[in-house]
Design a protein around this ligand. Structure first.
Ligand SMILES: Nc1ncnc2c1ncn2[C@@H]1O[C@H](COP(=O)(O)OP(=O)(O)O)[C@@H](O)[C@H]1O
Ligand SMILES: [Mg+2]
Length: 257
C-alpha cells in the first residue's frame, strides 16, 4: 500500500526538559508544514532555544517525540539528523574565525568521501571531482549571498551580521529540507537584516522550509506563514502572524519581559 506524504515536515509532540529543578520546556508541541516559513516567538527565557536543542537532539528529551519527514528522529545523533536534511544554526554564530570563509563552507559538507581513509586511498580521482564540485557549490552559494569576494578572508574578519549570513550559507551546503534559525536578525544592522530576509524568502521559493526564532517582529511578520508562541516553557498560542500580533494573551506575556 502506498503511503500518503505527511502533511507536516516536522512534528514535535509534548516535549519536556528540566535542568535540575528548572523546567525549561514542558509539554511543548510544534509543527512545521512542508514548504513553510514558521516562526517561534516568546519572551526571554521562554524555552525557545531549548526547544531547538530538543528538536535537533543537541539536548536529550525527558519526554516527547519528534517526527521529521515521516521518521522519528529523537533517537538519532545530531549529525544523522543533519544528514536527513534537518539543519540548525546557533543563537551565537558558530563560524570558525581562523579558517577562511570558503573553508568554513567546505567544512559544512557532509558525507565527504575524504572522511574515509580507504576511500581516499582508492578513489583519488573521485575525491578530486568531489572536492571540485563542493568548492563550486560553496562559491555559488557565497556568490548568491554577496560573500564571494570574502571567500579567502578569515571568517573572523567578518562583521557580526556577515557571520550570521555565513552560518546560514553553510546550512545550504547540506542540501537541507528544513533549516532552524536561532535569532538570525539579532545584532545585525537593518540593511543586512533586509538582505537576510530576502535570502530566506529566495531559499524558501527554492523549496527549503524554515523554523525561525526571532525577537524582531517586523522580520516575523514579513517572513512567516505561521507563528508559534512559547511562554514559560509551554505553548501559549499559534496562528497566522496577524492573529498572533493582536492576541491579548501574547501581548500580556511580553509585557512582563
Ligand atoms: N543548560 C541549561 N542549564 C540550566 N538551565 C538552562 C539551560 N539551558 C536553558 N536553561 C534555562 O531554561 C530556560 C529557557 O531558556 P532558553 O531556552 O534559553 O530560553 P529562550 O531561548 O526562549 O530565551 C531558562 O530559564 C534558562 O535559564
Ligand atoms: Mg534563546
Amino acid at each position: 500500500m502506498q503511503q500518503s506524504p505527511p502533511t507536516s515536515l516536522l512534528s514535535a509532540t509534548k516535549l519536556s526538559k528540566s535542568f535540575g529543578g528548572i523546567k525549561a520546556v514542558t509539554n511543548a508541541s510544534i509543527t512545521v508544514n512542508h514548504g513553510s516559513i514558521t516562526g517561534l516567538i516568546g519572551p526571554n527565557g521562554a524555552g525557545k532555544t531549548t526547544l531547538f536543542n530538543l528538536l535537533s537532539n543537541f539536548i536529550r528529551l525527558d519526554r516527547g517525540e519528534v517526527i521529521f519527514a515521516g521518521q522519528a528522529i529523537h533517537h538519532l545523533q545530531p549529525h544523522e539528523i543533519a544528514q536527513l536534511g534537518f539543519i540548525r544554526t546557533f543563537q551565537v554564530a558558530r563560524v570558525l574565525s581562523r579558517l577562511s570563509v570558503l573553508e568554513n563552507m567546505l567544512l559544512a559538507k557532509q558525507r565527504q568521501t575524504g572522511e574515509n581513509f580507504f576511500k581516499v586511498w582508492f578513489q583519488q580521482s573521485k575525491l578530486r571531482d568531489e572536492e571540485r564540485a563542493n568548492k563550486q557549490q560553496a562559491m555559488d552559494i557565497l556568490e548568491s549571498v554577496g560573500l564571494a569576494e570574502k571567500a579567502h578572508d578569515y571568517a573572523g574578519a567578518l562583521s557580526g551580521g556577515q557571520r550570521k549570513l555565513l552560518e546560514m550559507a553553510r546550512t545550504l551546503m547540506g542540501n537541507p529540507k528544513l533549516v532552524l534559525l536561532d535569532e538570525p536578525a539579532a545584532g545585525v544592522n537593518p540593511t543586512l537584516i533586509n538582505q537576510i530576509c530576502e535570502h530566506i524568502l529566495e531559499w524558501n521559493r527554492q523549496g527549503i522550509s524554515f523554523l525561525i526564532i526571532e525577537h524582531n517582529m517586523d522580520v516575523i511578520m514579513s517572513l512567516c506563514h505561521h507563528v508559534w508562541v512559547l511562554a514559560e516553557g509551554t505553548n501559549l498560542a499559534d496562528g497566522k502572524p496577524e492573529e498572533i500580533q493582536s492576541n491579548p494573551q501574547v501581548l500580556e506575556a511580553y509585557l512582563g519581559d
